[in-house]
Write a protein that binds this ligand. Structure first.
Ligand code: UGA
Length: 417
């Protein structure tokens, strides 16, 4: 928003995070975002606070961007952070303003929060809510924010629509879909459900390919030429993780159940199961290469983040596999270009290397689990010179099997002969 020319104040209740942001330090790894942060701090358009009172006095539009993680032991989403924001902000809202929800929520949440806002705000009905779901991808956050493919506005009045059209005007010619709260909330759940389904579809094809000695990579390439199918999100491998797709499909199923529409989404249970089976299959393949057991076996794991260009390890398939192999007796050493600190904090029982070569040193099996560019560019000869056995499982179908086999590697991948 500051990059678009607005005066912006960012609020978080984490004092340490706000201090770092004030100094121009990003608390996460996100390509290009540090430059945007520092540029707008320097320009004086961006400041940070931990005070709701200050934020309420400052803003005409308040974007609420907190997370809605999966509840412990349940499929449903935990929307308590959203309620906490509304309960903290509303008592300070004493003039006309717009509160805009960006979080992924169970359908029905926006209306509930809108009612709560009006009830708690001194300005009452002058405080309006809009729902404006976020579609950015981690690793491409800056690009996706400045060049969105669409903007969805769930609004209860023409006034709210007008305000948000003004806010997004600097983005230029972007399709804007104006609708009600429940449709806006559902667009986001549906988008992530579709993406998860597409990935699990190709991973189901990978299972069949494995049984039939066929090649899922070529199959997916052949499918991708059909414009109705398209090639994006059709990469077979270890499947999806992260803080969004896995928990969003579960929360979507849970909410549909509450609404009496659970039958409509039972296929998402299958999507989830196909996805989780990929992790189990990866462990099986690694054990097979290790000679049937991980005991006495050293395993080098390349990748800890749930996907490249991110330090996010939430529900990371790579770490899930690493932890399982460790539990089954393997000596696991993990390396990731940016997610090591997060991984170490979450899984102190694993060993961590200082580079890809370091993690692979002495390994009987190497596993490529997150397709960072630096792993794709690894020289099979150089890596081969540090390992104990030239055996690799490519969990992301990111390497060229011919090149690796020519260098004497026993190369295996998911869904390929
Ligand atoms: C996802 C959506 O793509 C965004 O549109 C959405 O805004 C975001 O969730 C969110 O709800 O906040 P993100 O979680 O950043 O974005 O990551 P994706 O690029 O969707 O990747 C998710 C997972 O799927 C990763 O683990 C990735 O490795 C895996 N994946 C992706 C595959 O296994 N195969 C593919 O072909 C594509």
């Amino acid at each position: 928003m500051a990059e678009l020319g607005f005066e912006v104040m960012g609020l978080d209740i984490d004092e340490a995070k706000i201090e770092r942001l004030r100094r121009g330090e990003l608390p996460i790894h996100e390509p290009g975002l540090g430059e945007v942060l520092r540029r707008n701090l320097d320009a004086g358009r961006l400041r940070f606070t931990t005070s709701y009172e200050e934020a309420a006095a400052f803003g005409d539009v308040h974007f609420v961007c907190v997370g809605t993680p999966q509840k412990k032991g349940e499929n449903a989403a935990d929307v308590s952070y959203l309620d906490a924001v509304v309960e903290s902000l509303a008592p300070h809202l004493d003039r006309e303003c717009l509160v805009v929800g960006k979080s992924t929520v169970p359908v029905g949440t926006a209306q509930r929060l809108a009612d709560k806002l009006v009830r708690l705000a001194p300005a009452g009905a002058q405080v309006e809510l809009a729902w404006n779901p976020e579609f950015l991808r981690e690793g491409f956050a800056v690009h996706d924010t400045l060049h969105p493919d669409r903007i969805v506005l769930g609004v209860a009045s023409e006034k709210a629509e007008k305000v948000l059209r003004e806010v997004y005007e600097p983005l230029g010619d972007v399709p804007i879909i104006v609708t009600d709260y429940p449709t806006a909330e559902l667009v986001k759940s549906a988008a992530n459900a579709f993406l998860a389904t597409k990935i699990s579809f190709i991973n189901a094809m990978a299972e069949v390919c494995e049984a039939a000695h066929a090649d899922v990579k070529l199959l997916s390439t052949a499918l991708s030429y059909d414009e109705r199918i398209g090639g994006r999100f059709l990469n077979a491998g270890l499947g999806f993780g992260g803080g969004c797709l896995p928990k969003d499909i579960r929360a979507f199923m849970a909410r549909a159940g509450e609404l009496g529409a659970d039958q409509a989404l039972t296929f998402l249970r299958e999507v989830d199961e196909i996805n989780m089976r990929r992790r189990a299959r990866m462990v099986d393949l690694a054990r097979e290469l290790a000679g049937g057991s991980f005991h006495g076996c050293t395993v080098g794991v390349l990748g800890a983040a749930f996907k490249p260009n991110s330090d996010d390890i939430r529900d990371s398939p790579a770490l899930d596999v690493a932890v399982t192999i460790g539990r089954q007796g393997g000596r696991v050493t993990v390396y990731d270009p940016v997610a090591l600190d997060n991984a170490r904090k979450a899984h102190p029982q694993l060993s961590y290397g200082t580079s890809a070569l370091d993690a692979a040193r002495g390994a009987h099996v190497v596993l490529l689990l997150t397709e960072w560019q630096e792993f794709i560019e690894l020289d099979p000869e150089v890596l081969g010179s540090v390992v104990s056995d030239r055996k690799i499982v490519d969990g992301r179908n990111a390497l060229d099997p011919e090149v690796w086999r020519a260098a004497g590697w026993h190369y295996r991948a998911l869904g390929r002969p």
